[in-house]
Design a protein around this ligand. Structure first.
Ligand SMILES: *Cc1c(COP(=O)(O)O)cnc(C)c1O
Length: 348
């Protein structure tokens, strides 16, 4: 006897990266930005008007939506704002999938996609990437799911799918293609043009990574007004709170702050990759703020635990094809140096 639907009873639920609290912990497991958000954000919070909290927030997060519209040079009706881009992934799943309408993902990928499929009781079709994370284009087209989720830059590898391939895929699918650009701020290119060109493409963005705002929960999606109107029907009425909205406007105003941090992280990423290679790790070419690294002895779980004992938290995925690797968020240069030192000691 259970009170839950069968699919809920069967699923185990999404397991987020551990959020240990402690000042001495080097937390490089959840791809948070190591640098603080813009001073404009902190000023906006300090100047917060209590009246803003007494009232319900704007149902479409109007002020933030307008700021996104200006930043991307797109009309507002091309934009839907979410309580983190995770919420928008859920909205898309609820709006477009069902037990008869499947979700297709090249694998491995962001684990939440599967969790959302399980909650919705939608079939989840997994199509493997090859070892170099080349997109299995023909297989994805043949599967033709109601929704195809592609993270680019990809998690957990950090690799990108070339835009011409995404363009081809969008043209061939008769269904929704979601391009999850959570890490676009650390990448060379973005797929926004594809949302303008194809009426089945949704580009997802978040303020969690590039803008150092994972704690505020704010993301948005870009697609043609027809798609956006459909998604609007599914979201909660007041899905984005008033504080997030104000903070988001301030964050978008300070592109220079975000870009400078991204440049620092990209430089640190290159340094960390070469240090890991000196320790004989295999490192995926990353355009995100993390590195997927295969340990020379394949003993990633042991390294994960040994690092944790030393107060360094990285991400370990006990899953096929990932169990010999660690996903390491690029931290400050000092944090990265401590990680490398600890790894060198552990590995003798
Ligand atoms: C971090 C991440 C998200 C979640 O972003 P939020 O806006 O914090 O919900 C979405 N997709 C991928 C691939 C991510 O890594």
């Amino acid at each position: 006897m259970t009170y839950f639907r069968h699919n809920i009873e069967q699923m185990s639920g999404y397991v987020p990266g551990e959020q240990l609290i402690g000042t001495n912990i080097i937390k490089i497991n959840s791809n948070e930005n190591p640098y603080p958000p813009s001073p404009l954000v902190l000023a906006a919070l300090r100047n917060l008007d209590g009246e803003l909290l007494r009232r319900y927030p704007e149902p479409m997060a109007g002020r933030f939506r307008t700021a996104v519209s200006a930043a991307l040079d797109l009309p507002s009706d091309w934009i839907i704002v979410g309580n983190g881009s995770d919420e928008l992934l859920g909205v898309i799943t609820r709006a477009c999938t069902s037990p008869q309408r499947q979700i297709v993902c090249p694998m491995p990928t962001y684990v939440l996609y599967r969790t959302l499929a399980q909650i919705q009781d939608a079939e989840f079709v997994e199509i493997p990437y090859d070892d170099n994370y080349n997109l299995p284009l023909e297989e994805i087209i043949a599967a033709n799911g109601a929704v195809t989720f592609i993270a680019s830059p990809h998690s957990p590898s950090g690799t990108v799918v070339p835009l011409d391939l995404l363009d081809k895929l969008a043209a061939q699918l008769q269904s929704i293609l979601v391009i999850d650009e959570a890490y676009v701020d650390f990448a060379a290119e973005d797929a926004l043009e594809l949302a303008k060109k194809h009426d089945n493409v949704i580009v997802l963005r978040t303020l969690s990574k590039g803008y150092s705002l994972a704690g505020i929960r704010l993301g948005f999606a870009v697609a043609n007004p027809g798609l956006i109107a459909g998604l609007m029907k599914v979201k909660d009425s007041y899905n984005v709170d008033a504080i997030a909205c104000i903070v988001g406007v301030a964050a978008l105003q300070d592109q220079a702050h975000k870009n400078a941090n991204a440049e620092k992280i990209k430089t640190s990423r290159a340094t960390l990759a070469s240090e890991l290679q000196k320790l004989n790790f295999d490192v995926c070419p990353s355009q995100a703020n993390f590195l997927l690294a295969r340990s020379p002895h394949g003993n990633a779980e042991y390294l994960y635990h040994s690092l944790k004992t030393r107060g360094i938290l990285v991400r370990y995925f006990p899953q096929p094809r990932l169990e010999d690797k660690l996903r390491i968020t690029v931290g400050t240069d000092e944090q990265n140096a401590q990680l490398v030192k600890a790894l060198a000691e552990i590995m003798g």
